[in-house]
Each structure stands twice: as structure tokens, then as C-alpha cells.
Write a protein that binds this ligand. Structure first.
Ligand code: NAP
Length: 306
């Protein structure tokens, strides 16, 4: 059990950690810091912690585990602010969706004797804010830790145990590798979704209303991730540029191949790809990363999800 946990930022991810930690008895005291008074009031009303402040430095005072849960673009200034107030022996972590950038901007502000272990829970929804969180968000989801070389293994184990306590499976890898993997599994898919929804939004009015009306035929599923938080995703693309461009390049090459197959009517190539992609979907379900329920588990009128 952690004596004092400090969460800086109390939106979807921060409030889910607070709820999960409370439910599993992982921390005696939870201190919450956020930027705006309104958000702090909301967190207080929801009973997410024990100490509430708009000063991150005050929240981390005496904390054994500090987790940055705000948008990645705020990390550098926050690290500069809290650095001198971190307790020797404390673990400083984060939940940011990119890792190399975090190591570069936070690392220099971590004082001697404080263990810096960046992390990224691969869990989320398209909702934001303190009320959006729930304790089970991390259950059976991966949490990737990217400790810089030379990090005390005991600190890594302690943080891994914390995430396991929240229900996550934990994996450790270098920050750069994390960024490449996430570029293709998360960042490029979001960019594609933002793009296709943006294209529709630019269509002339009559066509657009038809797209909305008939969206259940495929478009709807892109709109879920294209509704994700704009600030968070702006920061992802500003801070994982190289890996995203690398994966986007490969994506565009493959798209050109598909475009050609459509143009020349190469049914064999199309069917071969669609058969392979169907198998990928099956393996995701088998790995417990998605429901096998029809219509992606959406409830229907008869109360079932089929
Ligand atoms: P969110 O719901 O929008 O919450 C962000 C929180 O950060 C809010 O409480 C906000 O409070 C606070 N904040 C903003 N600027 C701040 C500052 N300068 N100092 C202190 N607090 C500040 O976002 P989220 O979805 O929880 O995402 C937070 C982090 O989790 C991001 O780094 C993101 O990369 C990572 N992440 C997100 C997901 C996901 O699917 N959403 C998944 C994995 C990881 P105010 O209202 O006071 O500004």
C-alpha cells in the first residue's frame, strides 16, 4: 500500500486511477491537483481524494507516488514546478500517450534520489473530465512502463504492482519502441478517423445529412475515436511526430496499392487483404481486447447486444 498518492490532473484517466486505487485499497491518502477550481470542485463532489489543491507542488509534498495525468503538453512546466518538492525515494510517473518526449522534457527536472518511471495505460474512452472515470477502466488492459536505463528495478516493480492492483497487465519496453508501436496501433488510426470525419464535415450540406442518416453502415465507427479529446490528441501528434510520420508513410503506400487494386478491378488482391484483416480482428477478440458480441456489443431494442 502507498501512503500518499498524488494525481496531477483529474480527468478520465486521473479519476479512474483515483477510483480504482480507492476501491482496491492501494493508497492511504490521495492528493489531487488540477488547473481549474471548477474541476477541483467536481472532483471534491465526486469524493475522488482526500486533499484537493490547484497547486501541483503542494499535492506532491510527501507523496510516495506521483502520477502526471494531465495532457502531455503540460508535463514540462509541471515537472519544473514539482521537481524541487518531490520527496527523496518517491516514484514519479505519468500516463501520457507518448513516451520519448516525456522522458526528454520531464527527465531533466527529476531530482537525484527520485525514481522516474514513465507509464502509459492502454485504456480510455472518448469521454473526458472527472465524472467520466470509472474504477474498472484498466481491468485486463495493458499498462506499458518505459523506465530509462539505470532506473532502480525496485521502483519499477513497485509501480508495476500498483498497476496490477488496478487490474492491468504490465509490460516494460524502451520509450522509443513504445512510440513506434503506439503510432500504428493508436495514433495513425486516430488520424485516419479525424480525417474521414473531417472530410464528411466539409461535404456540402445535402450529402452530409445523408452521411449522418446512413452512418451505421461504417462511418459511425470512425466517429467514436474522432470524438476523442482535441487537446490530448493535438499533443500526441506534436510530440510523437517522427514515429507517426514513419507509420503514416507506410500506411499511405499501402493505401496506394489498395487504390490501384480498386482502379484495375483486382478482386483477388482485395479479397486476400480483407481475409487477412478479418483474421487480425479475430485474434484481437481471442486476446480479450474486444468483445465478440455482434454489432460491437451495442445494445438493441430487445435488450440483448445482438
Ligand atoms: P482529460 O479527461 O481531459 O483530463 C485532463 C486533466 O488534466 C483535467 O483534470 C485537467 O483539469 C487537467 N489539467 C490540464 N492542464 C493542467 C495543468 N496545467 N495542471 C494540472 N492539471 C491540468 O484527459 P485524459 O483523457 O484523462 O488524459 C490525460 C492524460 O492521459 C493525457 O496525457 C493522455 O495522453 C493520457 N491518456 C489518455 C487516454 C484516453 O483515452 N483518454 C488513454 C491513455 C492515456 P482542468 O479542467 O483543471 O484543466
Amino acid at each position: 500500500m502507498i501512503e500518499k498518492l498524488a494525481l496531477i490532473g483529474i480527468g478520465l484517466i486521473g479519476s479512474s486511477i483515483a477510483r480504482g486505487a480507492r476501491q482496491a485499497g492501494l493508497a492511504k491518502t490521495i492528493a489531487i491537483a488540477t488547473r481549474r477550481e471548477e474541476t477541483l470542485d467536481e472532483a471534491r463532489e465526486l469524493g475522488l481524494g482526500d486533499i484537493y489543491t490547484t497547486d501541483a507542488a503542494e499535492a506532491v509534498e510527501g507523496a510516495d507516488l506521483v502520477i502526471l495525468c494531465s495532457p502531455v503538453g503540460t508535463y514540462e512546466a509541471l515537472a519544473r514546478r514539482i521537481g524541487p518538492h518531490l520527496k527523496p525515494g518517491a516514484i514519479l510517473s505519468d500516463v501520457g500517450s507518448v513516451k520519448e518526449h516525456v522522458v526528454n522534457v520531464v527527465g531533466p527536472h527529476v531530482p537525484e534520489g527520485v525514481h522516474f518511471v514513465p507509464g502509459h495505460p492502454l485504456a480510455g474512452t472518448e469521454h473526458s473530465g472527472p465524472a467520466a472515470g470509472f474504477a474498472a477502466l484498466f481491468k485486463n488492459r495493458w499498462c506499458v512502463l518505459t523506465p530509462p536505463e539505470g532506473t532502480d528495478p525496485e521502483a519499477v516493480d513497485k509501480l508495476a504492482a500498483f498497476w496490477r492492483g488496478l487490474g492491468s497487465n504490465v509490460e516494460t519496453m524502451p520509450a522509443g519502441h513504445h512510440d513506434l508501436v503506439l503510432a500504428i496501433t493508436s495514433h495513425v488510426p486516430h488520424l485516419v478517423a479525424y480525417n474521414i470525419v473531417g472530410t464528411v464535415d466539409d461535404l456540402e450540406h445535402a450529402t452530409k445529412s445523408e452521411v449522418i442518416k446512413f452512418s451505421a453502415s461504417g462511418f459511425r465507427d470512425f466517429t467514436r475515436i474522432a470524438a476523442s479529446d482535441p487537446v490530448m490528441w493535438r499533443d500526441v501528434f506534436l510530440t510523437n511526430r517522427d514515429a507517426v510520420l514513419e507509420m503514416l508513410g507506410r500506411f499511405l503506400e499501402d493505401l496506394s496499392v489498395l487504390q490501384r487494386a480498386v482502379r484495375v478491378g483486382d478482386g483477388e488482391a482485395l479479397e486476400e487483404l480483407f481475409t487477412r484483416t478479418r483474421a487480425v480482428r479475430r485474434s484481437i477478440i481471442e486476446a480479450g481486447q474486444e468483445t465478440a458480441a455482434p454489432d460491437f456489443g451495442r445494445p438493441h431494442e430487445n435488450g440483448t447486444s445482438s
